[in-house]
Design a protein around this ligand. Structure first.
Ligand SMILES: [Zn+2]
Length: 146
C-alpha cells in the first residue's frame, strides 16, 4: 500500500514490554491455565501453580481501581516529588504498580479514603528519549472520567 502504511523503526517505544502502543495504548499480560494473570510478557513460570511458559497473552483493561497507594516524598535526583504511587487492581485479576496522576498528593495524604478503591483509567505520556532519539512512552493512571 502507501509508504505511510509501512512499519518503520522510528516510532515511540513503550517503557515496559507489557505496554503496547498500537492501535491504542493498552497493557497486556500472560494468563496461565490456572487463571493467574501476570502483566509481564516475559514470564517463564506461574508462581501460583508452577506451570511453565508458553502462556496465552491477553489484553488488559485500561480501567481499574486503586488497591493501595503511597505518597513518595523522596526519589531519585531529577524526579519531582511528592507524587503518588499506587497498586491498581484490573478486572482481569492482574495488579500493576504505577503512578496516580491528576490527584493532589497533599489531598491524598489528608484524606486517604478519597483514593482507596476509586475507579481509574490508564494514560500514557512521553517520559524520556532513548539513545537513538525515540520517544519513550510510560503509563500512569488518573481518576476515571465518566
Ligand atoms: Zn498457574
Amino acid at each position: 500500500m502507501s509508504e505511510q502504511a509501512q512499519v518503520t523503526d522510528s516510532g515511540p517505544r513503550p517503557i515496559v514490554s507489557f505496554l503496547k502502543l498500537d492501535p491504542k495504548p493498552h497493557l497486556v499480560a500472560v494468563r496461565c491455565r490456572c487463571g493467574a494473570v501476570y502483566p509481564d510478557v516475559k514470564r517463564v513460570a506461574c508462581s501460583k501453580c508452577g506451570a511453565t511458559a508458553p502462556f496465552e497473552v491477553v489484553p488488559l483493561s485500561n480501567r481499574g481501581t486503586v488497591h493501595v497507594f503511597s505518597v513518595v516524598h523522596q526519589s531519585f535526583p531529577g524526579i519531582k516529588t511528592p507524587y503518588i504511587t499506587a497498586i491498581i487492581d484490573l478486572p482481569e485479576g492482574a495488579t500493576v504498580r504505577a503512578n496516580l496522576v491528576d490527584f493532589s498528593p497533599e489531598e491524598a495524604e489528608r484524606d486517604p479514603h478519597k483514593v482507596f478503591g476509586i475507579p481509574v483509567e490508564m494514560v500514557t505520556s512521553v517520559v524520556a528519549k532513548d539513545r537513538e532519539g525515540h520517544d519513550v512512552v510510560g503509563f500512569a493512571y488518573r481518576p476515571a472520567k465518566n
